[in-house]
Design a protein around this ligand. Structure first.
Ligand code: TXA
Ligand code: MG
Length: 346
């Protein structure tokens, strides 16, 4: 398949109109959002949605998010709109918050992988909103990576995985949030299934107590039922090993320096994912500054890009763990998964 590439700035009108028609006629379009790039198809057309699973190599039991262009578009997709959803939509839509609730008859089984719930979000990115409007239907879209790889946050990363597999790619530059949306289930007690840019603290500020699903920071147990099918699969795996050092900044840096030396003796090539606060501990070692520990959103914004761009010729990435508050929860969720839960303690 020949993939057309459009630039969201220079080919705005034509690109969006054409991509909207491609979606309507059952094709695949990769588009930018504020979180990561999405791989979209007509969310009301089961056959079009099946093509997404094929293009990504995604297990068919992992459901998709429907993307809408205005709050009221959620109404036909759910059985009804619960009060807490209304409050959350008013507070955080458009933005990186996905809400899971009981699905209506309108939503095809291909989107929900046969579940009786459907995930919906209204993105904030102007190009994403323009595309959904041009398509005139909700757009089903997972992250636009091959299944198992880090989600793409730039068009270069999209092309690595999707060139030749989709009809259109819209280049919207870098994604600002850099990790996928927060997924919150409103079936029963509000529960975070995947942390993201809208933090637990922000959610609790408007609806009160919010639980975090158990498998967010640890692997799913052998007999444990996944609260979200996505929890079952290996994610964000770069082409090298990753290990996460836990503890205070000084303790983590100590562990990393020790492991770096050990690995070098074994002939392995290492790189450190450092922070502004700790870079001075790593003088003379190969390291890249991911962001600022006091502003975990900066770490989220850079992680997936670094997992793709900073791993060439590297056997082992040594990364610092950070506290799990605010956006730190989303960062640790992605980092621990990228590491296959390999952690280093003192
Ligand atoms: O930021 C994002 O959410 C991006 C952009 C493109 O919008 N999309 C994204 O989609 O990350 P995806 O498919 O890569 O991740 C969706 C996650 C998966 O872990 C899936 O298992 C979960 O949401 N999910 C979807 N529908 C669900 C449902 N009905 N119940 C529980 N979990 C669901
Ligand atoms: Mg994904």
């Amino acid at each position: 398949m020949k993939t057309e590439l459009y630039n969201a700035k220079t080919q705005k009108e034509n690109g969006t109109a054409l991509a909207g028609r491609v979606i309507r006629s059952g094709g695949l379009v990769v588009f930018p959002t504020e979180t990561v790039y999405g791989l979209g198809a007509n969310g009301l057309d089961g056959e079009a949605v099946s093509k997404i699973f094929e293009a990504k190599g995604r297990p068919s039991d992992n459901p998709l998010i429907l993307h809408v262009a205005k709050k009221s578009d959620v109404k036909p997709l759910w059985k009804h709109v619960p009060d807490k959803a209304r409050i959350l939509m008013d507070a955080f839509w458009p933005g990186p918050l996905t809400l899971v609730y009981l699905k209506s008859e309108l939503v095809p089984g291909e989107v929900t992988a046969g579940l009786d719930t459907v995930a919906v979000r209204m993105p904030e990115h102007k190009t994403a909103l323009a595309l959904i409007r041009a398509a005139g239907v909700p757009i089903a879209a997972p992250s636009a990576n091959l299944s198992g790889k880090p989600s793409p946050t730039s068009v270069e990363h999209v092309l690595e995985d999707m060139d030749g597999r989709v009809d259109v790619i819209i280049d919207g530059g870098r994604c600002s949030v850099g990790v996928e949306s927060t997924v919150l289930s409103l079936v029963g007690e509000p529960t975070i299934l995947r942390p993201g840019g809208i933090t637990r603290e922000m959610l609790e500020g408007v609806i009160g107590p919010v639980k975090v699903a158990g498998a967010v920071l640890r692997p799913l147990g052998e007999d444990e039922q996944a609260a979200s099918p996505g929890m079952k699969y290996r994610h964000y795996a770069p082409e090298c090993e990753v290990a996460v050092a836990l503890g205070s900044p000084r303790a983590a840096a100590g562990i990393i320096c020790r492991e770096y030396q050990k690995a070098e003796i074994e002939g392995k090539s290492c790189k450190i994912f450092a922070t502004e606060q700790t870079k001075s501990y790593y003088k003379g070692k190969k390291c890249v500054i991911i962001g600022n520990r006091d502003m975990p959103a900066t770490l989220c914004a850079a992680l997936f890009g670094a997992l793709r761009d900073e791993t060439e010729g590297v056997d082992l990435i040594l990364a610092e763990g950070i506290p799990e508050s605010g956006e730190g929860l989303a960062y640790m969720n992605r980092l621990l998964r990228a590491a296959g839960f390999t952690v280093l303690r003192q």
